[in-house]
Design a protein around this ligand. Structure first.
Ligand SMILES: C[S@@+](CC[C@H](N)C(=O)[O-])C[C@H]1O[C@@H](n2cnc3c(N)ncnc32)[C@H](O)[C@@H]1O
Length: 354
């Protein structure tokens, strides 16, 4: 695969490469939300300039007029007053360009478009992209059991990666909900492509090369480890949802699930990695109830998990104080618009008590 010049940029990673690289990143990235292909970049001071610049690319070379379209606009410090109007102008520009060339305009479909055009307006700079992913990449095509407040798959995969978990270490999620961490960890260990069960936007673009796509799909991963994964939750409905999801993801045989209270369950091995995403917010537990729960969680980890690296992902920034354990790392992360932390606690018997 040729993917060159990868570079971290605000909100993502930029890289250049051929279509094979684009197909492969869509199929294999566990952490990306979308892969966008840059069509053009220009300066804009007003809606007229935006319209003219968005009409310039020969869109008909990129996708057929029979495809349905949706335009999304994101703006930061843009001189344009209305995002809605900017969206409309870009949509008109693309459609007018089609009418000029083909005598017909593509239809708009906001719910299930074939093709998505994204515009990012940052100050006076505008960039137009074609979305090669389609539905966002965290939709792996296997989740049916939702559970309460499940994490997005790409966030869960990123958290598993941040823990440095290796497939030969036991991994436990004692508040597993719909089993997202477990499914992602199992898929990593078994080298399952996260996008193996879904369709992609690039399949609807002109120039889509089904032969190359077939080759990319057949290349596959090589790691064939047998991971030891454990999940528990005190809610039987969560266990049922996790069981369904793991089965749909095709990884149920690697995960031992049971119904248990995190405050009572034993460690399944002398050492390993524990990842938990406790409930937070009014919807899943009042702040007072959680403030009573965290010290008990700290006691339980201390008592039953010496030798384990424990990671807790939460939006509740009171946690480290209330759990009464000293975090050895805290990584800021965003869950959508919600600021969160991934706290690491190394449990060693008799130490680290606050
Ligand atoms: C925020 S959800 C976890 C979501 C999960 N990470 C996912 O992606 O699906 C929190 C989970 O903790 C579980 N839970 C709450 N209190 C618990 C306890 N004392 N013992 C075990 N599980 C508990 C809830 O049933 C819920 O499924």
């Amino acid at each position: 695969m040729k993917g060159e010049e990868a570079e971290v940029v605000p909100g993502g990673v930029a890289f250049s490469g051929d279509w094979r690289a684009c197909y492969a990143v869509n199929l294999w990235s566990r952490v990306a939300s979308r892969v966008l292909w840059r069509v053009s970049q220009f300066e804009v001071r007003n809606e007229h300039e935006l319209y003219a610049a968005a009409r310039a690319p020969d869109w008909g070379k990129l996708f057929g007029v029979e495809r349905t379209l949706r335009v999304n606009v994101t703006a930061q410090k843009s001189p344009l007053k209305s995002l809605e109007f900017a969206t409309l102008r870009i949509k008109d520009a693309v459609c007018d360009r089609f009418r000029d060339e083909a005598g017909r305009r593509p239809d708009v479909d906001r719910a299930r478009p074939d093709v998505r055009v994204h515009a990012f307006l940052e100050g006076s700079r505008a960039t137009l992209y074609l979305d090669t992913s389609g539905e966002p990449l965290f939709k792996r095509g296997w989740r049916s059991g939702a559970g309460d407040a499940p994490l997005r798959e790409n966030l869960a995969a990123g958290i598993v990666m941040l823990t440095g978990w290796r497939p030969d270490e036991p991994l436990l999620d004692p508040m597993c909900g719909a089993g997202t961490f477990l499914a992602e960890a199992a898929a990593m260990a078994r080298a399952r492509a996260p996008g193996a069960k879904r369709a992609f936007g690039f399949e609807k673009l002109k120039g889509f090369d089904s032969k190359v796509w077939k080759q990319v799909r057949e290349e596959g991963g090589v790691v064939e480890k047998s991971p030891r994964l454990y999940g528990s939750d005190n809610d039987p409905k969560a266990i049922a949802a996790a069981r369904r999801n793991l089965a749909e993801a095709g990884v149920e045989r690697w995960v031992k699930l049971e119904r248990a209270d995190v405050l009572e369950r034993e460690a399944p091995a002398p050492s390993g990695v524990l990842i938990a995403n406790p409930p937070y917010g009014e919807r899943m537990g009042s702040p007072e109830a959680l403030a009573r729960f965290y010290p008990k969680l700290g006691d339980s980890l201390k008592k039953r998990f010496p030798g384990w690296r424990c990671y807790i992902f939460t939006a509740d920034l009171r946690l480290p104080k209330l759990i009464r354990l000293e975090p050895s790392a805290r990584t800021p992360l965003w869950n959508g618009a919600l600021e969160c932390r991934l706290y690491r606690f190394d449990i060693v018997s008799g130490s680290h008590r606050k």
